[in-house]
Design a protein around this ligand. Sequence first.
Ligand code: CTP
Length: 398
Amino acid sequence: MAAEKKKVLLGVTGGIAAYKACEIVRGLQKAEVDVRVVMTENATKFVGPLTFEALTGHAVGVDEFGYPGDAIPHIHLAQDCDLFLIAPCTMNCAAKLACGLADDLLTSAALATTAPLLVAPAANTQMYTSPASLNNMATLSLRGVELVEADEGYLACGVEGRGRMAEPQRIVERALALLGVRGDMSGVSLMITAGPTIEPIDPVRYITNFSSGKTGYSLARAAARRGADVTIVSGPVAVDPPEGVTVVSVRTAREMRDAAAEVFPACDLAIFAAAVADLRPEDESDRKLKKGLDDAALSTIRLAENPDILSELGHAKREHQVVVGFAAETHDVVDNARKKLIAKNADMIIANEVGPEKAFGTEGNEIYMITAAGEEHLPYMLKSELADIVLDRVLDLR
Ligand code: CTP
């Protein structure tokens, strides 16, 4: 018998981030969580209840006295959930929660619930950092309410500062952790190499490539959300690591090889998403190269080949291990990728075309998944969406 789904009651209050609550619903549903939504009257000015009704398949509560088929919805909704999440939570709502005010369906349910309360506040910077708001949030925190602190950034009101609601992914991850949801990858140990490597010429200069690390980090985020135990062996990147993931930071290909070789033996799956620099300057100068070099020095940086990490570990893999590589190609994408599948002893190669505006640094990608059994094409989509499909296929290889 399938395990009963966890239930989240999502409270949406009246801030511009209300539209991001739709993404939170989707993120929770992907983890098999059943979501019901209650909204304040003001929230309905940003997103219509119909949107949430369509997304969740449940009636949306706004009016305490108008919930279909239930005379006391604030009690029933509050009791019938494993977690009450309020996102976004305006400073007005935070103040009401801190005081125990219950003047609408959402705040009445918040007062009535015995489930853990998770709050993602959002507001204009002045409102967010006003002593009253900070005091209210401190009160909530002392009372055991979990807060997902707002991010800094450009706000809808045109100023820059703290107050932008945390990214939906981060909120979903916190919610799932509080729910103790075990995903379909729980018990799976996964290593991912990600980002570029940098190969020093001298103490201030290096050779590298355009990799942003987004592909590897999206895979790590999705796998962690699905319960995997994830280690990223990462070159220098500017993306934030997902919650609950171990990051081993390296700079050069040789450092990445050493770190990956240490993590690899204990993992079930390994995905090599790093754009490893194939070549490095043979001699790294220990002093900064100064202007005025002679002609010979100007015309030569001698290069040496770096270890091929995927190939080394692909050939070392044991029976139960699944190894997945990428192929960055400018032409003959599938043919070249198939050659890499064989040469590197991988179980799957994910091939993509690279070039200006393609693959490196972008938010999305179009890929081919190549295995001994055949190939599958996935059209352009966000890297976060690709990640779940790739993981589904990788799990099928076990
Ligand atoms: N890779 C690796 N170590 C290297 C080079 C590549 O682990 N020194 C891995 C990458 O992480 C990727 C796969 O091998 O999973 C293919 O990388 P790619 O750059 O497409 O191919 P290369 O093997 O470098 O071959 P070429 O540059 O000739 O296309």
